[in-house]
Design a protein around this ligand. Structure first.
Ligand code: C2E
Ligand code: CA
Ligand code: CA
Length: 553
């Protein structure tokens, strides 16, 4: 019995003592009365004496009855207490363990960590807290059912247990989240590294079941209560350890999963910054802080402007102008990318309606958006609402979209194309799209990634890759756009490769709607109300130093 639930057992023990007291008192009384009554009884039996004292005999008999009663009560109570103890132990075990894997659960892990820390501290040892998260458990559950998932978790726990030192405690914190805490000699964190590496090796072995075999990967976050040099850390309590291991795990996931990281102080500030960004994005979206910028797309040979690529920008009052590389991944993660993208498209359609009708508008679409089966319908609806001709719209999707549900992506591409929308494959060459996919998916254009184009910077430098992509495009009869045209050298190198569209800083930095309007007004390529502009606006447009002709094609 521990000191945590003392009430009932102690009460029972009190009763225990009373019953035992009654029995003991009865025995003493028995000896007292027995000493007088027994010789009288013996005299009666041997016929040498008269009748014994009736009161004393009755007292004796009562005494014996009391002893029997006391003894039986004592036995009963001991049995009761024993049963209760067992039930309580069982209840405590159930409350402390995960029924499926028999590991500790989240609640009891806290206490277990504190206990181990105290024990390790007495021996001058350090403690490592390790948080484990399976990378692909949801798929296993979805694909093979929950009972297969459960079986994997049980096997997984067995494999982890087999590697842990005797004193370590293993817990299942949630669905596919586990943690263990283990002692190690302070200053020797490499022991923990060794164990974690062996853990990765062990769990990389397929999990075989009668009907199927599954493979798992996992991410791990680690933290110790001692610094690397073996000195005790400043903040060392179980809650801090758990929180830090969680941050290290989050970092491991962000870095691409299937790996482990030790907690570092920078992770905490990164996470804080990320949380700020997240709140900022939500607020910014509600306040209309996201705006489209536009990058010119030019016919490489004639130098004629043929369209714009819309590039999202966040005008954050606190942080300034933020690049999509920062906020797009977060918006994807927090489920806001659809809303963000659609708002930007609405603005871009409205802007582009004022431009010369010959100018196209390209928009980037995230792979996350293509998971929505209604994506194509929603874009088409927006086009109709804005009165923007589908023929002027080009949707850019990256190769990573092709790893998603390819059937769905294909049907969406088809519905968009049926309405006249063009589809470009963006950042070509950076992903793993196969020749087969290129042939089977009805793309209208390939965009050569700027990382390859930049190889042409050095005069006389030939990029085999750019040449290969250009000839691939020609073979498939697909027009090409070269991104990242930064200077004259690149421009000249590309010109020798055939007819291409080009875009890049050579033609100017991406600019906001107002900048584009001024540029087009100056070139007489603005339609409708904005075409004339105020004299000041006209002057601003004419002042723009254009490096190429913005004439009508
Ligand atoms: P991207 O589609 O490859 O867009 C071109 C990026 O290259 C833009 O960066 C552009 O500013 C930059 N760039 C253009 N010319 C040059 C050049 O000559 N040299 C160099 N070094 N860079 C050049 P930005 O605007 O920061 O956009 C980054 C990425 O964010 C884009 O890459 C695109 O994938 C994504 N993105 C932008 N807007 C959106 C959006 O509305 N939705 C989604 N899902 N993604 C977007
Ligand atoms: Ca793009
Ligand atoms: Ca690109």
């Amino acid at each position: 019995m521990t000191e945590h639930e003392p009430d009932n057992p102690l009460k029972a023990a009190d009763r225990d003592i009373i019953a035992l007291g009654i029995a003991t008192a009865s025995i003493i009384l028995l000896i007292g009365t027995g000493g007088t009554v027994m010789p009288q009884v013996m005299d009666v039996l041997t016929g040498t004496g008269g009748a014994p004292n009736v009161i004393l005999v009755n007292a004796l008999l009562l005494n014996i009855a009391l002893i029997i009663f006391g003894w039986r009560r004592y036995r009963e109570l001991t049995r009761e207490i024993e049963e209760r103890r067992r039930a309580e132990a069982r209840a405590r075990l159930l409350a402390a363990t995960d029924p499926l894997t028999q590991c500790l659960n989240r609640r009891s892990m806290f206490e277990a960590t504190e206990e181990l820390r105290a024990r390790a501290a007495m021996r001058g040892e350090a403690v490592a807290y390790c948080m484990i998260d399976l990378d692909n458990f949801k798929q296993i559950n979805d694909m093979h059912g929950h009972s297969a998932g459960d079986a994997v978790l049980v096997m997984l726990c067995e494999r982890i247990r087999a590697l842990l030192p005797r004193e370590a405690r293993l817990a299942r914190l949630g669905g596919d989240e586990f943690a263990f805490v283990m002692p190690f000699p302070a200053g020797n964190a490499d022991r923990v590294d060794d164990l974690v590496i062996r853990l990765f090796e062990s769990l990389a072995q397929p999990f075989r079941m009668p009907e199927l075999t599954v493979e798992l990967t996992l991410s791990i976050g680690l933290v110790a209560d001692h610094d690397a040099d073996g000195t005790i850390g400043l903040v060392v309590d179980a809650a801090t350890l758990m929180h830090r291991a969680d941050m290290a795990l989050y970092h491991a996931k962000k870095q691409g999963r299937n790996r482990y990281f030790w907690f570092e102080a920078t992770m905490e500030s990164e996470l804080r910054f990320r949380n700020q960004l997240e709140t900022g994005i939500r607020r910014g979206l509600a306040r209309g802080e996201f705006v489209p910028f536009y990058e010119q797309q030019v016919d490489l040979h004639s130098g004629v402007l043929v369209g714009f690529e819309m590039l999202a920008r966040w005008r954050s009052p606190q942080l300034g102008l933020i690049s999509p590389d920062i906020f797009v991944p977060i918006a994807e993660e927090i489920g806001l990318i659809n809303e963000l993208s659609e708002r930007l498209m609405e603005q871009a359609f409205a802007d582009a309606r004022e431009w010369d009708e010959a100018l196209t508008l390209s928009v980037n679409i995230s792979p996350v958006q293509l998971r929505d089966p209604w994506f194509a319908q929603r874009v088409l609806k927006k086009l109709v609402a804005a009165g923007f001709p589908p023929q002027r719209l080009e949707i850019e999707i990256t190769e990573s979209c092709l790893h998603e549900n390819i059937g769905l992506v294909r049907s969406m591409i088809m519905s968009l194309r049926n309405q006249g929308v063009q589809i470009a494959l963006d950042d070509f060459g950076t992903g793993y799209s196969s020749f087969e996919q290129l042939r089977n998916l009805p793309f209208d254009r390939i965009k050569i990634d700027r990382s390859f184009v930049s190889e042409l910077k050095v005069p006389g430098n030939h990029s085999r890759l750019v040449e290969a992509i250009v000839s691939l495009g020609r073979g498939l009869d697909l027009p090409l756009t070269a991104e990242g045209v930064e200077d004259e050298e690149i421009l000249q190198a590309l010109k020798s490769m055939g007819r291409l569209k080009a875009q890049g800083y050579f033609y100017g930095q991406p600019e906001d709607a107002e900048g584009v309007r001024a540029r087009l007004r100056a070139a007489g390529r603005l339609t409708g109300a904005g075409a004339e502009g105020t004299p000041a606006q006209r002057a601003a447009g004419e002042d723009e130093q254009t490096l190429y002709r913005i004439a009508r094609p």
